[in-house]
Design a protein around this ligand. Sequence first.
Ligand code: LMR
Length: 396
Amino acid sequence: MFSHLEPLPADPILGLSALFKADTNPEKVDLGVGVYKTAEGNTPIMRSIQEAFNRLAKTEGSKVYIAPTGWPGFTDAALDLSLGAPLVHALEGQLGAIQTPGGCGALRLGFELVNHAAPGTTVWVSNPTWANHVPTLKAAGLDSKVYRYYDRATTSIDIEGMLEDLKGAKAGDLVLLHASCHNPTGADLNDDEWDRVIELIGERGLVPFLDMAYQGFAQGLEADAGPLRRAFEKLPEAVLSYSCSKNFGLYRERTGALVVKSQGKDAAKALTTNLARIARENYSMPPSHGAALMTTVMQDEALRADWVAELGEMRDRVNTLRRTLADSLTQKGYGEQFGAVGRQTGMFSLLNLTPEQVASVQKDKSIYFPANGRINVAGLTEANIPYVADAIAGVM
Ligand code: LMR
């Protein structure tokens, strides 16, 4: 049965970690997988999460199964953060929600629900998009088409191209959107552009699927949620995949949520029970630990305030690093190619480099990032920016 299987190439993002680890160059720099790092190169456990962990160690008392929909209070906490209490209240009866194994689990479950409700639906994805989006939707039985998004030549969003392409979508198609901190480009729509996209989705009878993996890393928790909230408020149907990996630093705990809005009969119950059934057929129920930590933080005023403060420190640090790299490259005469890095948001920017230039920076300077030129800005430090900027300038 298995003898014909061939070994597969490494994942374009995750595969870089092993290569980086094996590299003995003391100057090596890891700008690969999207994780937050300190100046010392650590990905810390956030203070509030550590305190929640200490409390939970004393109180949890059992490892018996949790419900298929997740840890008690978790989806309410995720809804409160993402959609906000007033909108959740206004949409009462229209929202189904379930805890998922990370944001990736939420995407897969969401795509499976779509395929269950409308088999073979076409999903429109941005060009470019996160490397795992298309494989995940295809594995769930869906098809994909691309809409123009980022114009490498101008290092800005091609909003007119995006709208023109989406005009070619047919009613019932899904439009996958990055709620904030677009991965891999770091280029987000402005408010006016979001309004135009949401309006078009409404006019054409399309369904938005918002992937929110970086809430709090662009402008702040509330501002980053603005477009998502407008979509859920204005459109009859919408889907949200939510990840706590980055903003709670819970990466390996696989903590996420899927939220779906519909106006069908008994919508909330129909959505939640169908999601629970699909989850049961896949993995029964999600892991509890990360959700228990997140819920503990969100339900305790002091812990929540400390979490908001630490997330703000992380956001400010990443923004400072991006500006420092952009300034450094501008001083070397490459402002036109790389100045946008300083204006973009979130963990990533897409450098205007060819796969050959990326390979040469990796081989000669031990700086690791995917072949499409995406860098994890959080992997930069005040100390390694001059080295990285020299290396990039060196291949121009
Ligand atoms: C990334 O884009 O680097 C992260 O979302 C991690 C991953 O799973 O790819």
